[in-house]
Design a protein around this ligand. Structure first.
Ligand code: TXA
Ligand code: MG
Length: 344
């Protein structure tokens, strides 16, 4: 449990709470706060000891870099050594918002923030609490998602409290986050631009803004199969504790759930709401959730649903794969990683 928890309204944010949180950050403490995507676990980005505490709280591998949140594009430019035209265009169009830009770091950015690498990830979050905190504190905030490494991200204050112990000094609890999954990450240091992590802003939106191709990172993994995975490219991530399996189509998902239920395990079943389900399997052993058929809505509730499933204590979660259409890319990415075996 965090040492101090302040409930704040998601709009009309209480300035006293922000001042208290800003003070904790300035003293090198850790503040968990909502963004429009997921909750972040924040520290003063230019204070390496403070950022080190994030890694300890999350048991995060030391070479995994942390995104730096800033109040506006001008503050982002202070953290980078180059500000290419694409950064200008994307930041103008999508900030504040769920887009992280990877750019060459400035010397002022500590090694621990970049994982020792040459680049830094920057973004201006749109949530009024996050933006308010950045403005009041007037410093860059290094913040990964507020969860133990590889686990489901926290999309509510309750999830943060479930996960993080007294190493967190202050939680600003504004209830559920509107986006539900993490920001889109675009590597602006290479051409074509690469999406390192799909998110709430799609490749099509980025391409429409820039008028040039933006390609998924997976392509590079194929070209350079011997190379180490890029940061954040570990297979199992965003995962519930309960094993999770993907099935194509409602019939296959229902059949698999029935099989597992008959074997005596309680099973969670996530089906798209519009699918007709004619014969629900062994109903007593199955926890059925009807998921939204719209990708944005699905993303908003995905982690909360998986958190709930974890808390029920099931033997397996079976998920019907949503359609393969482009707007589902980010949800597919998270589901694939949640289903990936450990250590791959
Ligand atoms: O929506 C979000 O992005 C949330 C909220 C809190 O802003 N943050 C978030 O942070 O998801 P985290 O640390 O859980 O995931 C950030 C990902 C990691 O996979 C990390 O490897 C990658 O971004 N990343 C950060 N800085 C990077 C860099 N300089 N180069 C390459 N990848 C980077
Ligand atoms: Mg994370």
């Amino acid at each position: 449990m965090p040492r101090e928890i302040l409930a704040v309204a998601p709009t009309n944010v209480d300035p006293t709470a922000l001042a208290r949180a800003a003070d904790v950050l300035q003293r090198g403490g850790l503040v968990a706060f909502p963004t429009e995507t997921v909750y972040g676990l924040g520290a003063h980005a230019l204070n390496p000891q403070a950022v080190q505490r994030i890694f300890e709280a999350k048991a995060r591998p030391p070479r995994n870099p942390v995104i730096v949140h800033v109040r506006d594009a001008a503050a982002a430019r202070e953290l980078v050594s180059e500000w290419p035209a694409v950064a200008e265009q994307l930041s103008r169009r999508f900030w504040p918002g769920p887009l992280t830009l990877i750019l060459p770091r400035a010397k002022s950015v500590p090694d621990i923030v970049t994982g020792g690498g040459p680049n830094v990830g920057v973004r201006v979050p749109a949530h009024p609490v996050a933006l308010g905190l950045l403005r009041v504190a007037d410093l860059p905030i290094a913040a990964p998602s507020a969860n133990p490494s590889t686990r489901l991200s926290a999309t509510s204050g309750r999830h943060v409290r479930k996960y993080l112990d007294a190493q967190v000094d202050l939680l600003l609890d504004a209830g559920p986050t509107p986006g539900g999954i993490e920001s889109t990450i675009v590597d602006c240091t290479r051409r074509p631009l690469r999406i390192l992590r799909p998110g709430l802003i799609s490749a099509a939106q980025l391409e429409a803004t820039l008028g040039e191709p933006v390609v998924p990172e997976e392509f590079r993994a194929v070209e350079a199969s011997a190379a180490l995975p890029a940061p954040g490219q570990m297979a199992r991530h965003y995962a519930p504790i309960t094993p999770l399996e993907l099935q194509a189509g409602p019939q296959a998902a229902v059949a698999r759930a029935a099989q597992v239920a008959l074997a005596g395990l309680r099973v969670g079943l996530l089906l798209l709401r519009d699918d007709p389900v004619h014969s629900p399997p062994e109903v007593t052993a199955t926890v059925l959730r009807a998921m939204p058929p719209d990708a944005t809505e699905y993303a908003r509730v995905l982690y909360a649903t998986l958190h709930d499933m974890d808390e029920i204590g099931l033997g397996l979660i079976v998920v019907e794969l949503p359609p393969a259409a482009a707007e589902w890319a980010a949800v597919h990415d998270r589901l694939r990683r949640a289903a990936a075996p450990l250590g791959e």
